[in-house]
Write a protein that binds this ligand. Structure first.
Ligand SMILES: Cc1ncc(COP(=O)(O)OP(=O)(O)O)c(N)n1
Ligand SMILES: Cc1ncsc1CCOP(=O)(O)O
Ligand SMILES: [Mg+2]
Length: 417
């Protein structure tokens, strides 16, 4: 908070003398509650001195209006115009935050890089505990930039963090004023972070991802529960129920039983495609593909604490999945597969392209078995966390033996790395 022109001047001089790696300027002029927090003479100094040095400027709509001489901002189009005008003051990027826009079911921020606009959409969390959201967002952006993130990435991560913190603090009752504080340390306060007793997603759990298939189980006379039990016994680190031809009622019963099995072993259980089943059995998450409900919609339905995986075959799909709030990407078919009809084979080149384009953890899928799993992990891509396997585990008589064998192959590659 820079309350006077003199202080902004001193700050600018200091920044010239001691340049910083990235400068995030949150022009704290009007609080969410509407209070003016700086003297009117600061306006010129913000616009003419500080903004030109900034990597990003992050006004809320009231501040954007003030910076632009009191223009009214009521629509996304107004926010875009404001971002364009503020960009002319010289920062590299502008983020106009729409959290205070009335009558909107979403919290939409407009990001502008001088050429293109990106609308960042989040859930509007109904709570009075919003004190300090702007400061938190700006600080989170700075922290992400310090970690080496790109600007859009940093903004998205920061926005996700604020949304999660708001969600986890929404029912706190502290203090009397119109606004309450929110809890930045919510991840420590409720280690489950997830709803219920589940653990927050650990990308290392993608190491050996067992994906079930009801036809294969039928062929070998295995129930879904037995197959899942055997996969976990053999060392599967995460399980997905991919049951394409089972009736909903039977699926839910099996999913509930599998939840009990997975919970007692500390292995996350995801449901393929079916958000309804995931909600009904309180699964750890959902995996969706490009023709399923989007990750953004799934996130709205499941909330911030659940795991969402998205199948991606291209860098563009990976970028979209990240924007939509996915936790990991499933990339494949790396090799030809007969488990999923008409699934294009990407090969190592396709897998590499997706991994390199994203910061999200990736699990490779498609035709992976004991003979080729090692070669996938030997690619040594830092965000490639593991392999997802269907037939090489479940189209076999002894699921636990196959899983154990694959796990030991993956472990030996990891030990050599
Ligand atoms: C881990 C993982 N990766 C990819 C997929 C494929 O999902 P999708 O493209 O939606 O195809 P279906 O599995 O629904 O046929 C997956 N299931 N799991
Ligand atoms: C679901 C899916 N998505 C891409 S490939 C594939 C099938 C993987 O099955 P398998 O491991 O038997 O090749
Ligand atoms: Mg699907």
């Amino acid at each position: 908070m820079l309350p006077s022109a003199g202080i902004i001047k001193i700050l600018c001089e200091s920044l010239q003398k001691f340049p910083v790696k990235a400068l995030v300027v949150d022009p704290v002029m009007v609080s969410t509650s509407g209070d003016s927090l700086s003297d009117p003479s600061t306006l010129t100094y913000y616009r003419d001195e500080l903004f030109a040095m900034a990597d990003i400027v992050t006004p809320n709509v009231k501040e954007a209006s003030k910076l632009l001489g009191g223009v009214s901002l009521h629509t996304i189009a107004d926010m875009r115009d404001a971002a364009e005008s503020i960009y002319k003051f010289g920062p590299r990027y502008v983020l106009v935050k729409g959290g205070d826009m009335p009558d909107s079911s979403e919290a939409i921020d407009v990001f502008y890089d001088g050429k293109e606009f990106v609308e960042l959409r989040g859930h509007r969390i109904k709570t009075r505990n919003t004190h300090g959201t702007g400061c938190t967002l700006a600080s989170s952006i700075a922290a992400e930039l310090a970690k080496g993130s790109s600007m859009l990435n940093a903004v998205q991560v920061a926005k996700n963090f604020v949304e999660s913190a708001l969600h986890h603090s929404k029912d706190l009752v502290i203090g009397n004023g119109p606004q309450g504080p929110f809890d930045h340390l919510f991840r420590l306060r409720c280690p489950p972070y997830n709803i219920g007793s589940q653990q927050r997603f650990n990308p290392d759990s993608l190491f050996l991802y067992a994906v079930t298939d009801s036809r294969m189980n039928k062929r070998w006379g295995h129930s879904i529960e037995d197959a899942v039990k055997a996969a976990i016994e053999g060392g599967a680190t995460i399980v997905q129920l991919r049951e394409k031809d089972i009736e909903s009622r039977a699926f839910l019963e099996a999913a509930k039983a599998c939840m009990d099995i997975c919970k007692s072993s500390g292995v996350p259980l995801l449901i393929n495609d079916r958000v309804d089943i995931a909600l009904a059995c309180n699964a750890d998450g959902v995996h969706v593909g490009q023709s399923d409900i989007s990750a953004r919609e799934v996130r709205k339905l499941l909330g911030p604490g659940k795991i969402i995986g998205v199948s991606c075959k291209t860098p563009a799909q990976a970028e979209q999945a990240w924007r939509d709030g996915a936790d990991y990407l499933g990339c494949g078919g790396v090799f030809p597969t007969t488990t999923k009809a008409n699934n294009p084979t990407l090969g190592f080149e396709g897998l590499k392209a997706v991994c390199l384009a994203s910061k999200l953890p990736v699990v490779a899928i498609g035709g992976i078995n004991a003979t080729n799993a090692g070669s996938v992990m030997e690619l040594g891509l830092p965000n490639l966390k593991g392999v997802a396997v269907v037939s090489a585990l479940f189209d076999r008589e002894c699921v636990s033996t196959e899983t154990r064998n694959l796990r030991s192959i993956l472990t030996s590659v990891r030990c050599l790395a």
